[in-house]
Design a protein around this ligand. Structure first.
Ligand SMILES: [Zn+2]
Length: 255
């Protein structure tokens, strides 16, 4: 049984003391591929370093996370675009819109996201999209740029049934993580009507640990706890869950 963690920041400082052990626990749990999304200019080096250390079980993405978009974003994007030219990246991420804490850089976030949507189209790469408190803007931009080639994952999807269908209609996949194991998460109520071939699994480690690890640091091995819960909602075996979501992720990210 093999799983793919399609969104994990295991290259971050939270894992500096036990990264090899965390990778080993992931492999032992059957999580054989870790997709590493970039965050900002400072995370590129540690991310690439981890990828060099574990070339067989990690793949990297390039992008500027929306909460990190500031006045200098054009310069940052310029260097990321050059980085993308190396051709080692399996996706553009994590990118998107986040108007949860503040909207100081709303205009800049919208522009940065559109620029990065352009990269994804130009390079034929899937997106790993972060969206918080920005559904209308998000759908508007995806509609504007969807010419049949745009594809990717709505990372850490926790929205409503209508939002889920809007993203599916736009050709996107839903990235499901630890939140699905929380009692108050309403996604599980309509999950069975989301086609199985449109979901992928993720941890978003070190954040959002699934039950029974809630409140602790998340890590890729815990993906299996989320998978088990989601398999229950679909009333399928864990094996089938692994097989389907791994195949979805492989098709999308060619990893
Ligand atoms: Zn993330």
């Amino acid at each position: 049984m093999q799983f793919i963690d399609t969104h994990t920041h295991v290259y971050g400082p939270e894992f500096d003391l036990d990264r090899p052990a965390a990778v080993q626990r992931a492999l032992d749990a059957g999580v054989g591929m870790l997709l590493l999304p970039n965050v900002d200019a400072s995370t590129i080096a540690p991310m690439l370093q981890m990828h060099e250390q574990y070339p067989d079980c990690t793949s990297v993405m390039m992008g500027l996370q929306p909460e990190e978009v500031q006045g200098d974003y054009k310069q940052v994007l310029g260097s990321m675009e050059r980085e993308l030219e190396r051709g080692i990246y399996v996706g553009v991420g994590e990118v998107g819109l986040d108007f949860y804490w503040d909207r100081t850089f709303e205009k800049e976030q919208l522009d940065a996201f559109e620029i990065q949507l352009g990269w994804a189209k130009q390079l034929g790469l899937p997106l790993s999209i972060h969206c918080r408190n920005a559904f209308d803007h998000m759908v508007g931009l995806l509609e504007k740029h969807q010419d049949g080639d745009l594809k990717g994952v709505m990372h850490c999807f926790t929205g409503t049934k209508e939002e889920a269908h809007a993203y599916l209609d736009l050709g996107f996949h839903l990235g499901l993580g630890g939140v699905l194991t929380y009692k108050n998460c309403s996604v599980k109520d309509f999950l069975p009507e989301i086609p199985l071939d449109r979901i992928v699994l993720e941890t978003d480690a070190p954040y959002l640990s699934p039950v029974p690890h809630r409140g602790k640091r998340n890590e890729p091995a815990f993906l299996v706890d989320t998978a088990r819960k989601i398999a229950e909602f679909y009333d399928i075996s864990l094996e089938k869950m692994a097989e389907t979501t791994t195949s979805n992720a492989k098709k999308l990210f060619k990893c």
